[in-house]
Design a protein around this ligand. Structure first.
Ligand SMILES: NC(=O)c1ccc[n+]([C@@H]2O[C@H](COP(=O)([O-])OP(=O)(O)OC[C@H]3O[C@@H](n4cnc5c(N)ncnc54)[C@H](O)[C@@H]3O)[C@@H](O)[C@H]2O)c1
Length: 347
């Protein structure tokens, strides 16, 4: 399937019949970086491409690099929105493939059909709170979906994929205490929740493919990301959803955990930087500055010990490559978010 029939899902027409006005009026949101296209890269598969962060990367790479063919591979789980990639739909270098990373036939079919040479692996169960009550689902998608024969790494090995960029989270380091120095990429991994544990397990398998099968792997640990296109289950998008309905905002635990938040455009630029400038076998932290305006001290009853106090990473290594955080503050997200949340949630 090429851009010419990209208004389809695996060959069948897809009807975008929902109200698209918020998206039509919205600016096309992408990152700010642009590099010389890589000589060894032509066809890039982005797993989880209809989700939040990966859709930013899909839009950014499709719009910025006509030389690359971008294939968004997604099973369309509860948190997806094909509207996230509505904009590149119809462009020659964009294709959507509906598939599940735990289904080897679908993965192999996509890799072969599109002659993929590079995989950007974002697809995951990513909501920590859900991992407390639905942990098997996290192992199934995040570990089995990534590992032999289950499925992505082994499929990549089978068809001779060379480049594999694995997206993970700063939560793999575990909780940072107030007096800890920011964690470097050499820090021992010590995840404390089921989501982070499943991401850590998957990453061990990714490392093994670098050594055992010379799969050229780069790993990125990203801090929390916010902006438009986020399903309203996490902070900021969830707050706007609740406030729009006159509901009180709900905080995790007693409200004391601190989170660093990175604008998704800066995250997309970081992933672009890692694709074009990252060194094989390396890990890159993608950090952010603390949003002072977003510190909330009001306490809400809750199961306090479940949530880590904070994560704190040192992203000097990525900054050495040339990356910088350009957007501070959350106004970019709040502007227009109300419309988008309404469209997603239907009320
Ligand atoms: N959101 C953050 O702040 C953050 C921070 C650091 C790292 N990450 C990582 O970034 C990645 C993307 O996170 P997100 O918040 O954008 O997630 P998201 O929940 O918005 O999107 C995940 C996407 O993956 C798809 N998906 C889920 N299971 C799949 C499967 N089995 N096969 C194919 N597709 C599947 C979903 O349909 C969805 O479109 C994850 O790997 C996550 O661990 C996220």
């Amino acid at each position: 399937m090429t851009g010419a029939d990209s208004n389809s899902v695996n060959g069948s027409p897809f009807n975008f019949s929902e109200d698209l006005r918020p998206w039509k009026d919205a600016p096309v949101l992408i990152g700010s970086t642009r590099f010389m296209p890589l000589p060894h890269t032509e066809n890039i598969m982005i797993t989880g491409g209809a989700g939040f962060i990966a859709s930013w990367v899909v839009r950014h790479l499709t719009m910025t690099y006509p030389a690359y063919n971008i294939v968004s591979f997604d099973k369309l789980d509860y948190c997806f929105s094909l509207k996230n990639t509505r904009m590149p739909n119809g462009t020659q270098n964009f294709t959507f493939y509906k598939g599940d990373i735990t289904n080897e036939n679908e993965v192999l079919d996509c890799l072969g059909r599109h002659n993929i040479d590079t995989i950007f692996h974002f697809a995951a169960q990513s909501h920590v709170d859900q991992s407390f009550c639905n942990s098997y689902n996290f192992t199934h998608t995040n570990v089995y979906g990534t590992h032999y024969p289950h499925v992505l790494l082994e499929s990549a090995r089978k068809v001779g994929i060379k480049w594999f960029i694995h997206i993970s989270t700063d939560e793999v380091y575990g909780e940072a205490k107030d007096d800890d120095r920011d964690f470097l990429e050499t820090r021992m991994l010590a995840p404390t929740n089921l989501y982070a544990a499943s991401k850590t397990a998957a990453e061990m398998l990714v490392h093994s493919y670098l050594k055992s099968f010379i799969l050229l792997v780069i790993i990125a640990y990203c801090t929390n990301v916010f902006s438009l296109h986020r399903y309203p289950e996490k902070i900021i998008s969830k707050f706007i959803y609740q406030l729009n309905r006159g509901q009180p905002v709900t905080l995790q635990g007693d409200g004391s955990p601190t989170r660093w938040l990175l604008y998704a455009g800066d995250a997309a630029s970081a992933f672009d930087m890692i694709l074009h400038k990252g060194q094989v076998g390396q890990i890159y932290n993608i950090g952010a500055d603390l949003l002072e305006e977003f510190q909330i001290s009001q306490s809400t009853p809750g199961d306090v010990q479940k949530w880590d106090h904070q994560y704190a990473i040192d992203d000097t290594k990525l900054r050495w490559l040339g990356w910088e955080q350009k957007i501070q503050g959350i106004s970019r997200s709040v502007d227009g978010y109300s419309n988008q949340v309404t469209a997603l949630c239907g009320t």
